[in-house]
Design a binder for this molecule. Sequence first.
Ligand code: CTP
Ligand code: MG
Length: 232
Amino acid sequence: MSTVLHGVIPAAGTGSRMGESIPKQYLRLGGKTLLEHSLLALLGVPGMQTVTLALHPHDTLARSLDLLSDSRVHTVTGGPQRADSVLAALRAVPANAADWVLVHDAARPCLQVADVQRLVARVIARQAGGILAEPVVDTVKLADEHGRVLQTLERSRLWRAQTPQMFRLGELTEALESALAAGDPVTDEASAMERLGFAVNLVGGSSRNFKVTLPEDLALAEWYLSRQGEAV
Ligand code: CTP
Ligand code: MG
């Protein structure tokens, strides 16, 4: 039997770096919006009971998506920062505190279900939260405030955090509430959990699960989506 899972998708951003007239999650690639691609990937994960979307307070585009009438899909109003949107969605997830929740950016439409299944398997085996992440391939420098190198970091220990990020609903809600109350900037769920001393497992993902951010990212996302299921 598959593990009971719930999903959260923060989709309340405005996509300012994309510079389009509509938020990037509503841009279409291969006939579907980025949000639909991301949502379909989560709904395709065995055991996924519900997915709660956080939408912008002035969103007018979500209602035109057929997928939102799926009985597993719920919506809430997001907040000013990504963490506010995630927290608003977590508070609406119809689940128990000990249930597992996967938080996934609407802006990562090329997620593959097989990668999520590896994340879920690792988290369940270790009974501790985890995230998809990509080992860094470049040599990375730490700079001072004048743009001079202070140090070359040890690459073999550096990872780029992706989503989904999988934690227990109650613990993640508490961690985000604590970070927001303290005014600590948290740009992903894992950093909120790390703050409270929770273990976070890194599960190697795929570079195709990148975050669509700039106009030039669209062509690459379209290429990956057109080759879904192929090993590219
Ligand atoms: N997000 C959200 N609520 C916010 C800000 C962001 O739900 N207040 C969501 C975005 O919709 C996106 C994900 O968080 O799915 C990752 O954020 P990002 O890539 O930064 O998207 P935007 O904030 O929309 O883009 P930008 O930073 O370029 O404005
Ligand atoms: Mg942003």
